[in-house]
Write a new protein. Structure first.
Length: 178
């Protein structure tokens, strides 16, 4: 066994990424405090060729040294937009026919493993590390997704949660499991 070389991995250039077809998912970051989490989400968005990221509220924006530490250049490939509030992002997304899902534990959330993605474009909202999704956002979403958890914390770091949810939906979308 050996590691694959960069050539064997067939990595595409930033220019090729920008013109390639994208997975129909937009990530919305709702007041994320940690710039390392923001950078990690950029890397995940790059890995699965997501459409874009919406940075909302207090969420920091590139160029930013701390974001760059974990993004490792993904801020150059992934399209991103800044919105003063997550509500503004949701308004924009609804005008462009996205189905919007908050990743949050609620009384009406759907377990991720049981979720069947809609056939149209999806936006995923990930909330603040301490407070989760903003209260004014929940009434505006089409649904909530919950990652089943069985430990004592019932909380997963936002960048880890984003990786889990994006991977799950990427597989379901690419395999046509609608």
């Amino acid at each position: 066994m050996r590691k694959l070389t960069t050539r064997e991995l067939q990595r595409i250039s930033v220019e090729e990424f920008k013109t390639s077809s994208k997975t129909p998912i937009v990530v919305v970051l709702d007041n994320i405090r940690s710039q390392n989490n923001i950078g990690a989400v950029f890397r995940t968005a790059d890995a699965f060729r997501l459409e874009s990221i919406h940075l909302c509220g207090i969420t920091a924006t590139p160029p930013n040294r701390e974001i760059h530490k974990t993004a490792l250049g993904a801020t150059e490939s992934v399209t991103w937009n800044y919105f003063k509030s997550t509500v503004e992002s949701i308004t924009f997304l609804k005008q462009h026919d996205y189905k919007i899902f908050a990743v949050e534990q609620t009384d009406f959330s759907t377990r991720l493993d049981l979720f069947i993605p809609p056939e149209n474009k999806i936006a995923l909202i990930f909330g603040n590390e301490v407070n989760g999704i903003s209260e004014e956002v929940l009434p505006l979403v089409d649904g909530c997704l919950e990652i089943p958890q069985y430990g004592t914390k019932h909380s997963i770091n936002i960048s880890v949660a984003a990786g889990i949810v994006i991977w799950d939906l990427f597989v379901k979308i690419k395999k046509g499991k609608f």
